[in-house]
Design a protein around this ligand. Structure first.
Ligand code: PHE
Length: 325
């Protein structure tokens, strides 16, 4: 084959190359070790010596030309591939997004946090205590004698004779008074456990305890604090009333009701002045220190606030219920 024929063929073939594979085939066929241009060069030795320089020059020029055309083609094909790649990655920003469903706090937790915010804004600290308690912290230190019905196995979840799931948050009063020196103003939110299960009772529910210890505290301080709480929780027209009651660890003791229009008086919490015996049990002088305490059921307050009639809704895990608060 002569130089002109190879040149013509190379140009025509390269013209038709349209992808990387064809391009590689072309390279092997013309520029490879056994390619057509290389074999043209091998012809050199068959020529008479005087023709060799001109022929050699001619073949080298052809090689350079084909190499140049080859790299131009290669660049074109790479650009084409890149364009195709970009086309595939194109994002349609007008398509609707795939929205991830996010949950939210349980309504009981939300109300508990609201209660916390109210008391924190009045200067109370938030403290926590263990859910597994000693009978001493849960009962004895709180002036609840051995014979008291609340200590009965039928009402409490005992782990051993001396350990149980706390039946109220009041043992945190004891733990706090043993740890700190008065004046003290704390609330303590958390889970409590009793053997009950019906439309108004769960075996596990939530309470927020309150304790304020200082000099010269009276029922007036108790009443103002709880009234302020009720106004912030249920609206500025909310009123409260105190009814005489009994708790072993407060004297006097009260049930506190809130008035909600449309519902009338509803009991929301237990409260009272810290019993002198409780102060003695934690080593405080009852002649020097006074205090009031209260404890409220969070599920109960949520039910009143949102008009829920069955407490078991809180643990049924029905999203339709949970997401409506
Ligand atoms: N611990 C009492 C209960 O669970 C509530 C309470 C707390 C009453 C503090 C008085 C003072 O019923």
């Amino acid at each position: 084959m002569d130089v002109e024929t190879v040149e013509k063929e190379a140009i025509e073939k390269l013209e038709k190359v349209s992808n990387a594979q064809e391009l590689e085939q072309f390279r092997v066929e013309f520029l490879g070790k056994k390619g057509k241009i290389t074999s043209l060069m091998k012809n050199l030795k068959n020529l008479p010596p005087e023709e060799r320089p001109a022929y050699g020059k001619r073949v080298n020029e052809l090689r350079e030309k084909v190499e140049r055309l080859f790299s131009e083609k290669k660049k074109q094909i790479e650009e084409l591939l890149e364009r195709e790649r970009m086309e595939k990655m194109r994002v349609d920003v007008t398509l609707p997004g795939a929205r991830r469903k996010v949950g939210h706090s349980h309504p009981v937790l939300k109300v508990m946090e609201e209660i916390e915010r109210i008391f924190v804004s009045m200067g109370f600290d938030v403290v926590e205590g263990p859910e597994i308690e000693t009978t001493w912290h849960n009962f004895d230190a709180l002036n609840t004698p051995e014979w008291h019905p609340a200590r009965d196995e039928h009402d409490s979840f005992y782990i051993t004779d001396e350990l149980l799931l706390r039946t109220h948050t009041s043992p945190v009063q004891i733990r706090t008074m043993l740890e700190r020196k008065p004046p003290i103003a704390i609330i303590s939110p958390g889970k409590v456990y009793r053997r009950d299960y019906d439309a108004t009772h769960l075996p596990m529910f939530h309470q927020v305890e309150g304790l304020h210890v200082d000099r010269d505290l009276s029922v007036a301080h108790l009443k103002f604090t709880l009234e302020e709480f009720a106004r912030r929780m249920f609206g500025k027209n909310a009123r409260i009333r105190l009814r005489p009651s009994y708790f072993p660890f407060t004297e006097p003791s009260f049930e506190v009701d809130v008035y909600l229009s449309g519902y009338g008086w509803l009991e929301i919490l237990g409260a009272g002045m810290v019993d002198p015996n409780v102060f003695l049990n934690v080593g405080y002088d009852p002649e020097e220190w006074t205090g009031y305490a209260f404890g409220m059921g969070v599920e109960r307050i949520s039910m009143l606030k949102y008009g829920i009639t069955d407490i078991r809704e809180f643990v049924r895990n029905d999203v339709r219920f949970l997401s409506s608060y």
